[in-house]
Design a protein around this ligand. Sequence first.
Ligand code: G3P
Ligand code: MG
Length: 252
Amino acid sequence: MWPYPRILAHRGGGTLAPENTYAGLRRGMEAGFRAIEFDVMLARDGVPVVMHDPVLGRTVKGSGQVSDYDADELAAMDAGSWFAAAHRDETVPLFVEFAGMCKAQGVWMNVEIKPAPGFERATGATVARTVAAMFAAELAGDLEARRRAPLLSSFSQEALEAAMEAAPGVARACLFERLAPDWERRACAVEAVAVHTSHRHLTLELARAVKAAGFGLFCYTVNDPARARELLDWGVDAFCTDRIDLIGPDFR
Ligand code: G3P
Ligand code: MG
């Protein structure tokens, strides 16, 4: 039901490195992680980049929208000095290059499709097609091979619908801040293999309902080891963490 790794580093290296950067990926790997979550949206030219916010300013020096810039412009911007001066050379990764690095390093990916408002379908379709092309051999293989391909997730139902239409063979998960009353209908509508949700609003009853319906269950972002143990006891299959120093990849 959940063939993927159990513990993921959130945004690459959690809060121990600039999020959604190569430095984050390296930091996660240094902590032993071979599974990460990260966010992807489209640049102005339709090229997917690894980025959380649709606006510049918080993690990337500059102003305006991500969709105001082409990918090669974003790929030259400072995405690290907000975190520490030593990271000022970090830039916004191109999704294809970042995913290629993960693949080469054996790092499994939960790719969160994070469309800027208005770009839901384009982002879902582009990310799904890109993953399908990069992982064609794995996706054509047996379960052991397919479990190495990334899992797509999104808060946007539209993005997931477009992903399903563009590349149905790439696994999808519905992502919720709080499980909506119609979570099961939404998951079925995009043939999701899993339901992803904030752990904050999850109850034992809801966890049991998701598992009883046959879906994988993933929580974000779990930073307290005691809460992590409780969630695993509830039957949660996997989670991501910002505290890769407190919760390692082999956490039980
Ligand atoms: O994919 C889980 C989690 O990353 C969703 O929230 O805002 O951290 O991308 P956010
Ligand atoms: Mg995310």
